[in-house]
Design a binder for this molecule. Structure first.
Ligand SMILES: NC(=O)c1ccc[n+]([C@@H]2O[C@H](COP(=O)([O-])OP(=O)(O)OC[C@H]3O[C@@H](n4cnc5c(N)ncnc54)[C@H](O)[C@@H]3O)[C@@H](O)[C@H]2O)c1
Ligand SMILES: O=C(O)[C@H](O)[C@H](O)COP(=O)(O)O
Length: 383
């Protein structure tokens, strides 16, 4: 009988993997090498460190798949050496992270009077997340710049700028993997020099990995009277995070930027398909087997003939779908190690715009239709 081990934080893991064999769940940090002795396939999230010592007795293991975009919790060279295939769920939660950043911008519009018509957003990393964000900013008519040297070198046809140009943008948002070494290493990509140069009217968002920012330098900069505004979803040493940072950052969340219902379930779906492929069997389950359809929402633009929605309407609509400020308030009730883990484990249901069906009084301008489509909404018109 094929044996599959899956991390207990993988939503619907039992329902998916038990169709393929004997499926057993485990708690990420407590997984021991002895448990993997007769396991064929291992499915993890980022909270299982796949190290050479964990693999020491995994003689039958054919594949490790992670239901996450990031892969820095897996020792990929060690897996290669051991002849164990590895896969990841690139893109599974790109929309969720993009919507997280959009929620930051809409909150800054409401609470900090950020003029969204005049800002430029600097996106560092133009992969799945950076691209999903760029698409949404385009729909919102918010200017943006992209920086991604690896993609630029690989011949991606989009227009890219250098990191220095990004550092001059009104909003800087980080969407790179944590890569320790090599030409495009990202550890402390935001180093002390770049952090020291941040201006008080700049907004920095880190929803990729804590290691990408020099946290000590950030703490120092945030302690200065002309500090920039900072939003942090990720930290250097999760879940035991540097508590001194928290009163100094505007909004903070416990690594949940990608935790929409769809973002997590898409990760499971991809991991399940990786195991199916490795077993050479066809996949029979889809996300529709598990996703409830949210109730249709009425939405009436204040000026239906305008070329685009006004900022008040957009902020109200988008923050009704996901309001990061609520997550910030919830997290600040307990930012300890236990609080961090508890909020991640019991995260409230958060659906992506694409799951929502808007009922809009007809007629509306083509510009508004394009905007709502670009933001991912489904809709129909009512008379
Ligand atoms: N907070 C969360 O919940 C959450 C959710 C999803 C992803 N993430 C993190 O965000 C990262 C990005 O996710 P993704 O799905 O877009 O990954 P991706 O691999 O699709 O894209 C990453 C992009 O970063 C680029 N890049 C690499 N090094 C760079 C550098 N030095 N400068 C600029 N660009 C560089 C790559 O070329 C690639 O295009 C993941 O690796 C993960 O660590 C976090
Ligand atoms: O890399 C990713 O996909 C995200 O950071 C993901 O949300 C992290 O995975 P988790 O810690 O939720 O298992």
């Amino acid at each position: 009988m094929t044996r599959i081990f899956f991390e207990e934080s993988i939503p619907q893991g039992e329902a998916y993997f038990s169709t393929l064999g004997d499926a057993t769940s485990f708690n990420g940090p407590s997984l021991a090498p002895e448990q993997l002795g007769d396991v064929d396939y291992l499915a993890v999230r980022s909270t299982t460190a796949v190290t050479p010592s964990l693999l020491a007795k995994a003689d039958k293991l054919k594949l490790v798949t992670t239901a996450t975009a990031g892969t820095n919790h897996m020792d990929k060279p060690a897996l290669d050496v051991a002849g164990i295939a590895w896969r990841s769920a690139g893109g599974c939660n790109a929309v969720a992270v993009a919507e997280y950043v959009v929620s930051v911008l809409m909150s800054a519009y409401q609470d900090k009077q950020l003029n969204l018509s005049r800002i430029t957003v600097g996106i560092v990393g133009a992969g799945h997340v950076g691209t999903a964000l760029a698409e949404r900013l385009h729909a919102l008519n918010i200017a943006f710049k992209l920086c991604d040297p690896p993609l630029q070198q690989a011949g991606d046809h989009r227009h890219f700028v250098a990191m220095d140009e990004i550092m001059a943008c009104d909003v800087i948002t980080l969407h790179v993997p944590f890569v320790k070494a090599g030409e495009h290493a990202t550890g402390h990509l935001l180093d002390a020099k770049r952090i020291a140069a941040l201006k008080p009217n700049q907004l920095l968002i880190n929803a990729c990995r804590g290691e990408v920012v020099d946290e000590a330098a950030l703490l120092h900069r945030l302690g200065q009277p002309d500090a920039p505004t900072v939003v942090l979803d990720v930290f250097f040493s999760e879940p035991e995070i540097n508590q001194a940072l928290l009163p100094l950052v505007w909004l903070t969340t416990p690594h949940i930027a990608g935790h929409s219902v769809e973002g997590k379930l898409r990760g499971t779906q991809m991991a399940y398909e990786h195991v199916c492929e490795a077993m050479n069997v066809s996949s029979s389950l889809t996300m529709d087997n598990f996703l409830a359809v949210p109730e249709a929402m009425p939405f009436a633009p204040s000026d239906r003939t305008a070329e685009a929605l006004d900022w008040d309407s957009l902020a109200t609509l988008l923050l009704s779908i996901y309001d990061i400020r609520k997550d910030d308030q919830l997290f600040r009730q307990d930012t300890s190690r236990d609080g961090f883990l508890h909020m991640r484990k019991h995260y409230p249901v958060r659906r992506e715009c694409g799951s929502h069906f808007l009922r809009i009084p007809a007629p509306v301008s083509e510009g508004i239709v394009e905007q709502l489509s670009g933001l991912g909404f489904q809709f129909n018109f009512v008379r």
